[in-house]
Design a protein around this ligand. Structure first.
Ligand SMILES: [Ca+2]
Ligand SMILES: [Ca+2]
Length: 116
């Protein structure tokens, strides 16, 4: 490659990258962040989406169906689980805190109901 009259021979160097665990552990479905999943969680998501109420600080927790989107399907999924015998939220689930095993583009999770 020539640039400003000089010839350069680019070489491939080594590079390193670091995987940073940026998201907090959480309980899937706990949109309110209070450490449990109940009727308040789908109401919280619906309030955010339709009433201008405060939105979840952990989108991964409110992504109850773990499809990588935070939308109206999540409170429907939770209501189905809570009252109609629908499937439970996917891992990390309701009982034990954990990271999101699914890669998605949701914002970084801020969740404080799990031990550090
Ligand atoms: Ca909750
Ligand atoms: Ca979802």
């Amino acid at each position: 490659m020539t640039w400003q009259g000089a010839t350069y021979h680019p070489t491939l160097g080594s590079c390193a990258f670091e995987v940073v665990a940026g998201d907090a552990d959480f309980l899937r479905g706990d949109s309110t962040g209070d450490g449990r999943v109940d009727i308040s969680d789908p109401i919280h998501i619906l309030g955010c989406k339709f009433l201008g109420a405060a939105c979840p600080t952990c989108s991964d927790a409110s992504d109850a169906n773990d499809d990588g989107l935070s939308d109206v399907s999540d409170p429907i999924f939770l209501l189905s689980f809570l009252f109609l015998g629908g499937p439970p939220p996917r891992p990390p689930g309701l009982a034990e805190c954990g990271p999101d095993p699914t890669v998605d583009s949701l914002p970084t999770c801020d969740y404080s109901s799990c031990p550090p």
